[in-house]
Design a protein around this ligand. Structure first.
Ligand SMILES: [Zn+2]
Length: 286
């Protein structure tokens, strides 16, 4: 099986980094959608798009589907948003995660999987998870069996500086590192085994990678800061879902700034995470 490569991640980042906003820079947002669709196609995935209307404009969720060998195993969704807020090149948020998404798809191209995998690039996350909300409501309504979902939310910022990591007030900070050099897996109670299985795969493939886990009680409804990505759209419909993240503004000073550039990213970090995701998706434990 091919292994994730820095050169491919960098190629995707170079193609994607730059403001991708539906209102201020719709052209680059659409170009990013086209790039993602083209990459999915070149990896042998069945590509489709879903229109997402919002405040007078239309943008798209982009899907690349890899069929599993056992229809009863359902579909696992690996998703990341590709839009950005106004005024930022959005390198960590969220080109880093789209680069990982594309590289996972490439590495799994020749591998047969039991359950189907739906690689998904969401639009309009930055306006309240509009793209993922539409999709989650649609799949709930259809009754389709979604075995689990992972939201990739900012995977590229790592620092070895002590004191660089902060936490929301309800997280016992004394039980977690104060250096921002780990990747975090966030699940809720129904998604506990998914979150732990993902953390195990990350640890197994890169033992030196710092991996921290947080499993919220119940559906996780009260924990606003760790709901800020597309996994929460799936939590709201009681699907099993987890977020994989560098913790965004709890670590990265460039969050939603003009300085969220390619130069601030740690490509080795993204590659290590990608390697773990490939391992997990070969046979997802949910
Ligand atoms: Zn984001």
């Amino acid at each position: 099986m091919p292994q994730p490569e820095n050169a491919n991640l960098l190629k995707h980042l170079e193609a994607l980094v730059g403001e991708r906003n539906p209102f201020t820079t719709p052209g680059p947002l659409e170009q990013a959608a086209g790039y993602i669709a083209h990459q999915f196609q070149s990896m042998g995935l069945a590509v489709s798009r879903e229109e997402v209307p919002f405040e007078g404009i239309t943008s798209h969720n982009i899907f690349g589907s890899k069929e599993g060998t056992d229809p009863s195993a359902g579909t696992f969704i690996l998703g990341a948003h590709y839009d950005s807020v106004e005024g930022t090149p959005g390198a960590d948020d969220n080109a880093s995660a789209i680069a990982a998404l594309l590289e996972v798809a490439r590495c799994l191209e020749g591998t047969s999987v039991k359950g189907s995998i739906l690689f998904t690039a969401f639009t309009l996350e930055e306006y309240g998870f509009i793209g993922s909300r539409q999709m989650a409501a649609r799949v709930k309504e259809s009754g389709e069996f979604i075995s689990g979902m992972i939201s990739l939310e900012m995977l590229g910022y790592r620092t070895r500086e002590p004191g660089s990591q902060t936490y929301p007030p309800y997280i016992p900070a004394d039980q977690y590192p104060d250096t921002g050099d780990f990747i975090a897996v966030v699940g809720n109670e129904p998604s506990q085994s998914l979150a732990l299985g993902l953390a195990d795969a990350l640890k197994q493939t890169t033992p030196e990678l710092g991996v921290e886990k947080l499993v919220l009680p119940g559906r996780g409804d009260e924990f606003v800061e760790v709901r800020l990505s597309d996994h929460c759209s799936f939590w709201e419909h009681d699907f099993k879902a987890a977020m994989l993240t560098d913790t965004a503004f709890f670590r990265n000073p460039h969050y939603h700034q003009a300085t969220d550039t390619l130069e601030t990213l740690d490509i080795d970090f993204i590659r290590e995470i990608t390697t773990g995701l490939v391992e997990y998706l070969k046979a997802p434990k949910v």
